[in-house]
Ligand binder design. Structure first.
Ligand SMILES: NC(=O)c1ccc[n+]([C@@H]2O[C@H](COP(=O)([O-])OP(=O)(O)OC[C@H]3O[C@@H](n4cnc5c(N)ncnc54)[C@H](O)[C@@H]3O)[C@@H](O)[C@H]2O)c1
Length: 420
C-alpha cells in the first residue's frame, strides 16, 4: 500500500495507535453510527479536507468517519504539545490520513505543517483555534482558492473568526461547531473539567482536598473546572469580568473575588478565559511558595510567561514530567504545568472519548451539511442548523438507552398559539 504524505515521529508506533483508537471508539457510539451511514452513502466523495485538530485517538475516529464518507484527509496539529505520536502513526499507516504532526514540535515546524496541509489544495477546512484559516488569510491567500468553507471547533477560534468577519476579512463561510449546545454544554464543561483535573494530578500528584483552587473565567469551561475541583474537595475561588457570570458563580456557592486577592490565597490556579494576561506579574509576585499554575484556555497567553521568566532566578525544567519549577529571589517556588499551554492535552490525554463523541458527531454531520449547502452560504460565521444538534443528542440518548417524551399535538399547538 502506498502511504499518504506524512511527517510523523515514528511510523513503527502505529500498532499501539490502532489499539488506542479502537479503545476510544468503544465510547463513541454516535460517531460509529454516522460512520456506518457515511460508508453506505459516501457524502464526501471527491472532496479533500485539510484539518488542524489535536492529534488524539478521538480525532482519529472523526477522521475515520470522514474517510468512510469518501474524503481525502490531511491533518496538522492544533497545538505543538498535544499530538499522540502513536495515533499519528496509525492515522498514516492504517487509516490513510496524510498527517504532518509530532509531539513537541517547535513553532517553526508547527507553522510549516499548517502550510503543508493547505498546499494539498483542500475543498473544506476543519479548524480548532483558527490557525489554519488565519495562516491562509494572513500569509497564503493564494491557497484559499478552491476552498468552499470550513468548520471551527473551539470558542477562541469562533471569536477570532467573528473579528475577521466584522472587519470584512473572512473570505469563507465558516460554521461555528463550537456554538452548538451538544458541543459547549458537554465538551467545554464536562470534558475540560475532568481532563484538566486529570492533567493537574498527573503532572503534580498534588492533594486537592482542602486546597484552594482559583479558576479564572466562569464560562462553559470554567464552570466545569469549578464543579470538578469542588468534587475533589477543593475550596474553589472564581475570578470573572462578566458580572452576570460572576453572580452565577456566587449563587453556586463559590468565593468570587479579584485575581489581586486570589493570588495571595491560591494553591492551584487554572485559567480558562480565552483572554490574555489573566495571571500577571503583580499576581505572580504575591503567590505562595509552591503555587501551581495551569492553563486550559486555547492559547498559552493566559499566564504572563515573560513575567514569570523575568521574576525567576533559576528554572528547573522538567522537575516532573510536564512541570517546570521557577524559583524566585526570595526562595519561593512556582510550578508551571505544560509550559502554560492546554494542560488537559499536555499533561493528560484531552477529553474522554465519550464526550468527544458528541462534538465530533456534530463536526461530521456539519461537514456533510457544508458539502451539500456551501453554494447557498456567504463568507462569514455560520450557525450549525439546530436539527444537527438534535440529531446528535438523539443518537447519544439512543446509545445510552434513554427514552424521552415527545410533545402531544395539543401541547404543540398550545406552544405555538397565543390565544387564551
Ligand atoms: N482545554 C480544552 O480542551 C478546551 C475545550 C474547550 C474550549 N477551550 C478554550 O477555553 C477557553 C474558554 O472557553 P469557554 O467556552 O469557557 O468560553 P466562554 O466565553 O464561555 O468563557 C470564558 C469566560 O472567561 C471570562 N473572562 C474573560 N476575560 C477574563 C479575565 N481577564 N478574568 C476572568 N475572567 C475572564 C469571560 O467573561 C467568560 O465568562 C477558550 O480559549 C476556548 O477555546 C479549551
Amino acid at each position: 500500500m502506498t502511504l499518504p504524505s506524512h511527517e510523523v515521529a515514528d511510523l513503527g508506533l502505529s500498532g499501539a495507535g490502532v489499539r488506542r483508537v479502537a479503545w476510544a471508539e468503544r465510547s463513541m457510539p454516535a460517531l460509529r453510527s454516522v460512520r456506518e451511514r457515511f460508508a453506505a452513502e459516501r457524502p464526501l466523495a471527491g472532496l479533500r479536507l485539510a484539518a488542524c485538530l489535536h492529534v488524539t485517538a478521538e480525532t482519529a475516529n472523526l477522521l475515520r468517519v470522514l474517510r468512510a464518507g469518501g474524503a481525502e484527509v490531511w491533518l496538522a496539529a492544533s497545538n505543538p504539545l498535544s499530538t499522540q505520536d502513536d495515533t499519528a502513526a496509525a492515522l498514516v499507516a492504517e487509516y490513510g490520513v496524510a498527517v504532518h504532526a509530532w509531539a513537541g514540535m517547535d513553532t517553526a515546524a508547527y507553522d510549516r505543517n499548517l502550510v503543508t496541509v493547505l498546499e494539498s489544495r483542500p475543498h473544506l477546512l476543519l479548524d480548532d483555534g483558527c490557525d489554519l484559516v488565519n495562516t491562509a488569510h494572513s500569509h497564503r491567500p493564494d491557497l484559499l482558492e478552491g476552498v468552499l468553507g470550513g468548520c471551527e471547533q473551539t470558542t477562541t477560534g469562533v471569536i477570532r473568526l467573528r473579528r475577521m468577519s466584522a472587519e470584512g476579512e473572512l473570505r469563507l463561510p465558516m460554521v461555528a461547531v463550537n456554538d452548538t449546545r451538544t458541543k459547549r454544554m458537554f465538551d467545554n464543561r464536562y470534558g475540560t473539567g475532568q481532563s484538566t483535573v486529570d492533567g493537574v494530578l498527573r503532572a503534580t500528584n498534588t492533594l486537592l482536598a482542602g486546597r484552594t483552587v482559583v479558576v479564572a473565567g466562569y464560562g462553559y469551561c470554567g464552570r466545569g473546572l469549578a464543579e470538578r475541583f469542588r468534587g475533589m474537595g477543593a475550596n474553589v475561588f472564581v475570578t470573572e469580568v462578566d458580572p452576570v457570570k460572576a453572580l452565577d458563580a456566587v449563587m453556586q456557592g463559590y468565593t468570587v473575588t479579584t485575581m489581586d486577592v486570589a493570588a495571595h490565597l491560591g494553591d492551584v490556579f487554572v485559567t480558562a478565559t480565552g483572554n490574555r494576561d489573566v495571571v500577571r506579574r503583580e499576581h505572580l509576585e504575591s503567590m505562595r511558595d509552591g503555587a501551581i499554575l495551569a492553563n486550559s484556555g486555547h492559547f498559552d497567553l493566559e499566564i504572563d510567561l515573560n513575567a514569570l521568566d523575568s521574576l525567576a532566578v533559576s528554572v528547573d525544567r522538567g522537575v516532573r514530567e510536564q512541570a517546570d519549577e521557577y524559583v524566585f529571589a526570595d526562595g519561593r517556588r512556582i510550578l508551571l504545568l505544560s509550559e502554560g499551554r492546554l494542560v488537559n492535552l499536555g499533561a493528560a490525554e484531552g477529553h474522554p472519548a465519550a464526550v468527544m463523541d458528541l462534538s465530533f458527531a456534530v463536526q461530521a454531520l456539519t461537514t456533510e451539511w457544508l458539502a451539500r449547502t456551501h453554494t447557498d452560504l456567504s463568507p462569514g460565521v455560520v450557525e450549525v442548523p439546530e436539527e444537527i444538534d438534535h440529531e446528535v443528542a438523539r443518537l447519544e440518548l439512543a446509545a445510552l438507552g434513554v427514552g424521552i417524551d415527545t410533545l402531544t399535538p395539543e401541547q404543540e399547538s398550545y406552544l405555538n398559539s397565543w390565544r387564551p
